[in-house]
Design a protein around this ligand. Structure first.
Ligand code: TXA
Ligand code: MG
Length: 312
């Protein structure tokens, strides 16, 4: 299959309406979209990514009407989060109406959805006329793509269309919060921090540490975000292995010498650059990537989470 490349959301939407796949930029990472109501199209996403069938997808919407169509009901907490954070990098889990394709929810009776903030993503969903399910547009297990070039690296010839845009603004996947119970539970850290969720619903629990025992967010048990290079935290210069090709990413210049170096000016920039840095290190054959640990304030929690997963 030849992958059609365009900057026009209306052209890309034609593929969606024909039951085919298009990758597109969001404010978090590039997604791989299909019509959320089309079973065959959704199954094609799992095939293109090599994604395990038990890992459900996020439905991307542009309106409250679309949300009401895919959920059976919204809890008060869900409504509050939607009011405060949509459109933006927050995914809400609610009880499903059963309308989205079965494969999309991996057989669960809940559905995850978000309203992306990016203009191109919104125009694509509007032109398609249906909500889009979209996992990150990478081969399963690789770091999420934050540039259209990274999408092509993984998906050229496996998907029908790529809607080109700028490098993504945030660079890490959305925060996921489960709103199906009495209190909201944070399932995946992202740019919307736990503290921010608690400004809206103070009882919100941190479920990110308890996922292996209670896999509410099935995706989090799968290996994620891993470059081919080994990933380590950078602690002090004793930890750097001699004789291996090494790279460093962090906020402060390290004492050791590295073949490749990225010093970010802020935690936001560190987050934005992390996945592309991983990919670039693989392209040039780096053996070990050292990442400077950061505080878990703001997006720091999500950043530390992604580095830890890559280091596992
Ligand atoms: O920022 C993002 O969320 C990006 C862009 C493209 O929107 N998408 C993304 O999708 O990261 P993906 O498929 O890589 O991650 C989806 C996450 C997984 O951890 C999955 O387990 C969780 O959302 N999820 C989906 N449906 C769920 C549900 N019903 N209950 C709990 N977790 C769910
Ligand atoms: Mg992903």
């Amino acid at each position: 299959m030849e992958t059609f490349i365009t900057t026009d959301p209306v052209k890309a939407a034609e593929f969606i309406r024909q039951g085919r796949l298009t990758a597109f930029p969001t404010e978090t990472v590039y997604g791989l979209g299909a019509n959320a109501f089309d079973d065959d199209a959704v199954l094609r996403i799992f095939a293109a990514k090599g994604r395990p069938a038990d890992n459900p997808l996020i439905v991307h919407v542009v309106s409250l009407e679309q949300i009401n169509e895919i959920v059976a009901e919204l809890s008060d907490h869900a409504r509050l989060f939607i009011e405060r954070f949509f459109p933006g990098p927050l995914t809400v889990v609610a009880v499903s109406s059963g309308k989205v394709a079965r494969a999309a929810t991996a057989g669960l009776d809940t559905v995850a959805f978000r309203m992306p903030a990016g203009r191109i993503a919104q125009e694509l969903i509007k032109a398609a006329g249906v909500p889009l399910v979209a996992p990150s547009a990478n081969v399963s297990g690789k770091p999420s793509p934050t540039t259209w070039q990274a999408v092509l690296e993984d998906m050229d010839g496996k998907i029908d269309c790529l809607l080109q845009g700028e490098p993504t603004e945030i660079g890490l996947e959305s925060t996921v919060v489960d709103c199906t119970g009495d209190v909201p539970i944070l399932l995946r850290a992202g740019a919307v921090s736990l503290d921010e969720l608690r400004t809206v619903v103070p009882e919100t629990l941190d479920g990110t540490g308890m996922l292996s025992s209670a896999p509410r967010s099935p995706g989090m048990k799968h290996r994620h975000y891993s470059p081919a290079a080994a990933v380590r935290f950078y602690k002090d210069n004793k930890s750097v292995e001699a004789g291996r090709r090494s790279a460093f990413i962090g906020l402060e210049r390290p004492e050791d010498n590295f073949e490749k170096l990225m010093i970010a000016g802020s935690m936001e920039e560190y987050a934005r650059e992390l996945f592309e840095f991983f990919r670039e290190c693989d392209r040039i054959g780096i053996d070990v990537i050292y990442c400077q640990p950061v505080s878990t304030d703001g997006i720091g929690a999500a950043l530390m989470d992604r580095i830890k997963r890559a280091a596992e």
